[in-house]
Design a protein around this ligand. Structure first.
Ligand code: SF4
Length: 186
């Protein structure tokens, strides 16, 4: 089977996507998410990723937790809301590093679990993934994993495995936005 490096954003999105890809590829998961802050949350999501990968028999590689470089890229867009250039840049940072890692490992193909979420914009994921693939001379699998009930199945898998369903996307900006939404609902 062909090898694929799968950028894994969290265990709840990865459970279904990795199970689905395992049928067609020799998959390795890559946890590269310096956007996830604070560190306590990053470690919690990493711990759940380890549990899912162990259960599926998939190798998990942890990338560097380089939050300073992530902030440097996001800084010009930090005033923008979720689902804007801020998030496209965040996808781009993570996909560029995954493409670089795939090339380093000699894995010619990579993808991301991001597209299983209805909160992520697939066309922007594809644009950033393909640009990263070109830069590093690898290929991007532009599959929209939420299709064919992918999101629904990922919610079911998360429940079965007792995984946390996050109440914010990952960065401190999204944590602040989620807190504001909650306060408005009170
Ligand atoms: S909301 Fe999510 S995708 Fe957007 S910048 Fe924050 S962590 Fe990245």
């Amino acid at each position: 089977m062909e090898k694929i490096l799968v950028h894994a954003c969290c265990a709840s999105c990865s459970s279904y996507v990795l199970e689905h890809l395992k049928k067609r590829f020799q998959a390795t998961a890559y946890y590269y998410n310096p956007n996830i802050q604070p560190e306590k949350e990053y470690l919690l999501r990493l711990d759940e990723m380890k549990q899912v990968c162990e259960k599926l028999g998939i190798e998990l590689i942890e990338g560097p937790y380089d939050t300073k470089s992530w902030w440097r890229e996001i800084e010009p867009h930090k005033h923008l809301p979720e689902k804007s250039e801020r998030c496209w840049t965040c996808y781009g940072v993570r996909l560029d590093e995954t493409a670089r890692k795939a090339a380093e490992l000699g894995t010619g193909l990579f993808t991301t679990t991001l597209s299983v979420s209805p909160h992520k914009i697939h066309s922007c994921i594809v644009r950033e993934g393909q640009a990263a693939a070109e830069r590093h001379n690898v290929r991007f699998l532009a599959e929209d994993f939420k299709k064919r009930d992918g999101f629904k199945i990922s919610v079911e898998r998360s429940r079965e495995l007792g995984l946390t369903r996050q109440d914010y996307c990952g960065c401190l900006l999204s944590l602040d936005e989620a807190n504001k939404r909650r306060n408005q609902e009170l």
